[in-house]
Design a protein around this ligand. Sequence first.
Ligand SMILES: [Zn+2]
Length: 89
Amino acid sequence: MVKMIDNEKIAKLLLSGAKMTDKHCKRCSYPLFEKDGKIFCINCGSETKEDIINEKIEFLYNKLKDTEDVEEIEKIGRAIETLKKIKSF
Ligand SMILES: [Zn+2]
């Protein structure tokens, strides 16, 4: 079931600096909004695949910064590579 979003919510979102994109949510086909470089659906709240992957890559880089264990570095490096491959699909 698709919930209807009222105009008031959209107006508030636009005032907060969000922009409506020309993309649509894959789950509910509602127009996607963009704010602070993040694309999201205001209807079902689903994040795009790319956002999720970017978040994970960011997390891994932070982990990489903190570790001095060679095995750990290798593992993280491979995980980042894998995520980057997925992202390019
Ligand atoms: Zn949606």
